[in-house]
Design a protein around this ligand. Sequence first.
Ligand code: SF4
Length: 373
Amino acid sequence: MEIEKLRILGEASQYDLCNYVSLNQENFTSKNLPGIYHARSQSGCQIPLFKVLMSNHCTNDCNYCINHCHNRFERIEFSAEELISLFLLYYQNHYAEGLFLSSGMPGDADQAMEKMIEVARKLRLEYEYQGYIHLKIIPGASYDMIKRAMSLADRVSVNLESATSSGFEELTSTKDYHNDILRRMKWIGRLKKRHPELTPSGQCTQLIVGANDETDQDILKRTEWLHKHLNINLSYLSTFQPLKDTPLENHSKPATNRTPRLYQAQFLLNSYGFSSDELVMDDDGFLFLNDDPKLLWANLNQDMFPMEVNEASFKELLRVPGIGKISARKIIEARKKGIKFRELDELKKIGVVVSRAEPFILINHSQQTTLKF
Ligand code: SF4
C-alpha cells in the first residue's frame, strides 16, 4: 500500500526540477525505483534523491498539473511516519542520498507546510538524520512557517512558474503571483541575509517553459532579476509537457531545444557578465534555436575581436566563444606566473574549445588556424 502511494506521489512530484537540463536530457525519474529522481548538477554529478509529494490533495487550479482541484480522482497522502520510514529505507540502502519533499495544497498553505516540516523535524531531531533535505515552500505560506522550514532544510524553493504576472494568470486563477510567490521569495532572501546559517544551499525556483505566451526575453529578464535581487544563480526551467486530464492537455509542446538554449543564455547572464539586452533574439523576443547564443553574439560584435589572449581581462575572455570560466581563469593564472601563450595547442591543454575560439582570438598577436589544406 505504501509503495503504491509512493509510486503515485513520486510520479506526481517529477515535474518539480532540481536539475540542470541540457540538450536531450529531460526526465530523470527512475522507472524501477518509485520515488527516486536523479538530480544532475551543472558539473554533471548525479545525485539520487527521494522525491515525493506529501499529498496530492490540492485546492489550486494550475492548468498544467494533474493534481489541479477540478480533476476527479481519489486523493492520497503520507503520514509523517510513513514517509520517514520509506525514506530511511531508501537512504540506509543507499538508493537515495537526500530528500526532496513537496506537496499539493489541501486548503491551507500552512497546514501543508506543517506536515512537511514535521517530517524534516523528526528526521533531524528524532532520527538524527544529517543529510540533504530540500523543502518546497507552498505558495502563500506564512513567514513563521518559512522560517521554520529554513531552519531544517538545506535548500528551500518556491515555484515561480511564470516570468510575468500576466503569464501566471494564464496558468492559475487561485494563486497570486506577487503576494503568494514573489513576496515569499523575498522573505526567504531577507531571512537568509539576516541568518546566513539557515538553508546552507539557499533558495531556488522553477519556471515552466512553453505553457503560456511568454517569450524567451520575458523568461531571461526574470531570471536576470532573480539573480540580481534574490541571489538565485540558476533558475530551473521545466519544459512544459501537456498531461492527460489537465486543461492544457492539447496545448503544444515547445521545441525540444528551446529550454537548453534558455539555459545557455541564462549562464551568459548569471555567470558570464552579459545583460539580457545584449542577447540576440528575433523580433518576437525568442532566441534562435539553431544557434549558440554566445557564438551568435560574438559574430554580431566582430569589432571586439580578434582578442589577444595574452592581454585580455578575465571578463573579456569570457566573451570569447569556446572559452568558459575555468579556462579563462587558467589563462589569467598562467599569465600571472609570467607564462605567455604562443600556440593554439597550449590553450587546448587548459580546456579551451579551440575550434570555436580560434576565429575570435590572437595568440602573441597572430591569428592561427586549425584548418589543414
Ligand atoms: S499547487 Fe498547482 S502545481 Fe501544485 S499540486 Fe496544486 S495544482 Fe498542482
